[in-house]
Design a protein around this ligand. Structure first.
Ligand SMILES: NC(=O)c1ccc[n+]([C@@H]2O[C@H](COP(=O)([O-])OP(=O)(O)OC[C@H]3O[C@@H](n4cnc5c(N)ncnc54)[C@H](OP(=O)(O)O)[C@@H]3O)[C@@H](O)[C@H]2O)c1
Length: 292
């Protein structure tokens, strides 16, 4: 069994490493049968937090692609679905393949119906507001999530791409279980701005997205001198070292790496058992991870 961490206040514990499905549905995506095999491998190895979004797809005509994949994977999986938290999101759109925000309550309400249909369920386990929309008051967007929770269409509410002030504004409207922001050694703003510490102080799950740096920067890890040296010391890959560092940033941090291959998926899953010493964590804190 994988190590676990509480997802958030009054929410169940989930695997200390989750799995994000984005790369199964955007450009260079695998075939459906390969994608299902990847999700099944994650589930078979104890992952109980899956992260998706309506907009993990190619463009507007393809909305819900990733949600439908997860629904199919869970329906064809032999394990216990009740132990798995499937998190999705609303608040973005994909006109002509672009990524744009739409935080209007009407959009969120409509997106929820579409996601319920794509997921083949009556209740979304964890519904996250994808990103604040500067054109819409944050409280209005969160009001839509509260209304959906009040009628039982959502079990838990989360927010994403938010500041500490926005977390507090959201919590005044509806209980917030989790926050999903970017965190990796190349991008540390979630630590610097206090979001990780704020989540820890309130027992709110911090779902670290792009935990190995995202699609481009993760490719630099296998040649990063410190990540490689620590990997050799621990019999681990450079990606696993980075995932262990991300997880160590707070007691409620849960990395949600994505991958298109079973090999990469399981490499990340196995990082749940890897612990770095204070000295090793400090060395990564001080190391340069160039985004160039
Ligand atoms: N809330 C938001 O706004 C937001 C934004 C971005 C992402 N997310 C979420 O976070 C998840 C992950 O983010 P991300 O995809 O941007 O970044 P990521 O997980 O840091 O990077 C994913 C890439 O890293 C590679 N990779 C992952 N683990 C690896 C390993 N152990 N060994 C070798 N390669 C590995 C994968 O390669 P292969 O594909 O070749 O296997 C994949 O292309 C997404 O699926 C999504 O659920 C949320």
């Amino acid at each position: 069994m994988l190590h676990t961490r509480p997802l958030g206040p009054n929410a169940p514990a989930v695997s200390a490493i989750g799995y994000g499905g984005m790369h199964l549905s955007v450009t260079d995506r695998p075939t459906e049968s390969d994608a299902l095999r990847v999700i099944h491998a994650a589930l078979d190895h104890g992952v109980t937090l899956l992260d998706t979004a309506d907009v993990y797809c190619l463009d507007h005509s393809d909305i819900g692609h990733n949600e439908r994949l997860f629904a199919k994977a869970l329906a064809t999986w032999g394990g216990d679905r009740s132990q798995v938290v499937l998190a999705t999101k609303a608040g973005m759109i994909r006109p002509d393949g672009r990524w744009e925000r739409d935080g209007r309550p009407a959009h969120i309400t409509q997106a929820c119906e579409r996601s319920l249909a794509a997921l083949g369920t009556d209740t979304i386990d964890l519904y996250q507001f994808h990103a604040p929309d500067p054109k819409v008051p944050f409280a209005e967007s969160l009001g839509a999530f509260k209304a959906l929770r009040d009628v039982g269409k959502i079990r838990f509410v989360g927010v994403s791409n938010v500041t500490v002030a926005q977390i507090e504004e959201a919590r005044a409207i509806v209980p917030i279980v989790s926050v999903q922001n970017r965190l990796n050694p190349f991008f540390r703003e979630a630590i610097e701005a206090g979001v990780v510490a704020h989540c820890a102080a309130h027992g709110i799950g911090f779902l670290a997205y792009s935990p190995v740096g995202g699609g481009r920067l993760n490719k630099k890890l296998p040649t990063h001198p410190l990540a490689v040296a620590l990997g050799e010391r621990h019999g681990a890959t450079a990606h696993q070292i980075v995932l262990a560092w991300v997880r160590a940033q707070g007691p409620t941090v849960i990395p949600i790496p994505s991958a298109r291959s079973i090999q990469h998926t399981l490499d990340s899953v196995h990082a749940a058992a890897l612990t770095l010493s204070e000295d090793e964590l400090g060395a990564i804190d001080r190391a340069e991870f160039s985004r160039a």
